[in-house]
Design a protein around this ligand. Structure first.
Ligand code: AMP
Length: 372
């Protein structure tokens, strides 16, 4: 589940695209089975919202059919108080035809009623209505809706053709209006030795955020010989990643411990795509989201040097053996580095040059943190 911002409002994923696909298929099957084999229906989509639904629906529909689109335009008549509605785009002769209206969403039904009345006046043989979404709580008309994809609550939705002030139509899933997130959550990203821990320690105070380092939490558990520590140790000693399920549950517990925080700096998490997906879903349940992934970009050779140097004093066994270090990079390159694409696709990736003095890098990071 994701949270996305459109204009001034926030929306959370509500109906994923694969669920929409099965709803559309189902509708097509129902409509198909009610139509006489020899009949060529004409599907009429009501623009703009229905263009995505109509495109998917007609490709699911087996049998000959015609497709057309209309738009209900309101324009001011001769007097300024007169608000006349007109359908633009019916060019076909509909006399004696089976007309099936395709709507993306029906709420009060006012628009639909007007469209229905206009079509009725065209001497059609039969007039049916298919809607992808229906809001039963606000529907005020008597008009029967022949086919309903899914009933939904009376909350504003966008995506899959539906807009909020013209934006959001291209989202593949349906998103529902949600409250504005209160937290500032940042993923501090970068390969081992990039300086995430050092920078997080400074930035957490400046921005009043809680710093969660999954590596530190594991090390704390190892030191205290907890069950979790014993489990994690065998992976960490080899430079392997700890299994996702263990890490994700631990991360959630750390967040829950600080439920009233201003926000978090996640350091060392997520490290796999499954972790990133789980983090998005977990935050979205709370009406929160990741504001951005800020990445420290440092060449690998410099990192190995830094880690070996750190190993002299850090007491970390995974910092002293070059082969273990190489394995951590291997894990990073094969499982973690792809997260750049994951956050980039959300428009949420901010890369920063991680070579320089600690202060220089803090300044570069702060510049990005300020905008998130
Ligand atoms: P770090 O202190 O971030 O370099 O992490 C040290 C080690 O802890 C890693 O090499 C992994 O074995 C383990 N670890 C830390 N964070 C994660 C994570 N998000 N997923 C899996 N393993 C992790």
């Amino acid at each position: 589940m994701k949270i996305t911002r459109i204009h001034d409002l926030y929306f959370k994923e509500f109906i994923p695209s694969d669920e929409i696909t099965s709803i559309v298929k189902n509708l097509a099957r129902q409509v198909e089975s009610d139509i006489d084999k020899n009949e060529v229906p004409i599907f009429v989509g009501i623009l703009n919202g229905c263009f995505v639904f109509a495109a998917d629906f007609i490709r699911e529909y087996n049998g000959n059919c015609e497709v057309s689109f209309v738009k209900l335009a309101s324009y001011n008549g001769t007097s300024s108080t007169e608000n006349v509605k007109k359908l633009v785009g019916i060019n076909e002769d509909l006399t004696g035809r089976t007309v099936i209206i395709l709507e993306d969403i029906i709420d009060t039904g006012t628009t639909l009623q007007e469209i229905y009345t206009i079509f009725r006046s065209h001497n059609v043989k039969e007039l049916k209505i298919v809607t992808l979404f229906f809001k039963p709580d606000v529907y005020k008309k008597e008009l029967p809706i022949n086919y309903i994809g899914k009933n939904i609550d009376d909350k504003f939705i966008v995506g899959y053709g539906l807009d909020y002030n013209e934006l959001g139509r291209n989202l593949p899933s349906i998103y529902q209006l949600t409250t504005q997130p209160k937290m500032k959550n940042i993923v501090l990203f970068g390969p081992p030795g990039a300086g995430k821990g050092t920078q997080a320690t400074v930035l957490k105070d400046t921005y009043n955020l809680i710093h969660i380092s999954t590596g530190d939490v594991f090390r704390y558990n190892i030191k205290n010989q907890t069950e979790l520590g014993l489990l994690a140790k065998k992976y960490m000693d080899e430079g392997d990643l700890v299994p996702d399920e263990v890490t994700i549950n631990m991360l959630k517990a750390e967040v829950e411990k600080n439920a009233n925080a201003n926000g978090f700096i996640f350091d060392g998490f997520p490290r796999t795509e499954d972790q990133a997906v789980a983090l998005d879903a977990f935050l979205a349940e709370k009406g929160e989201r990741i504001n951005g992934m800020v990445a420290l970009e440092v060449p690998e050779d410099l990192l190995v040097e830094r880690l070996l140097e750190r190993g002299k004093t850090s007491g970390r066994t995974d910092d002293t053996d070059e082969s273990k270090i190489r394995n951590r990079f291997n894990e990073y390159n094969t499982k973690t580095a792809i997260l750049k694409d994951f956050y980039e696709a959300q428009g949420n990736y901010f890369g920063i040059n991680g070579v320089g003095s600690i202060e220089e890098i803090t300044a570069r990071l702060s510049e990005v943190f300020d905008t998130l």
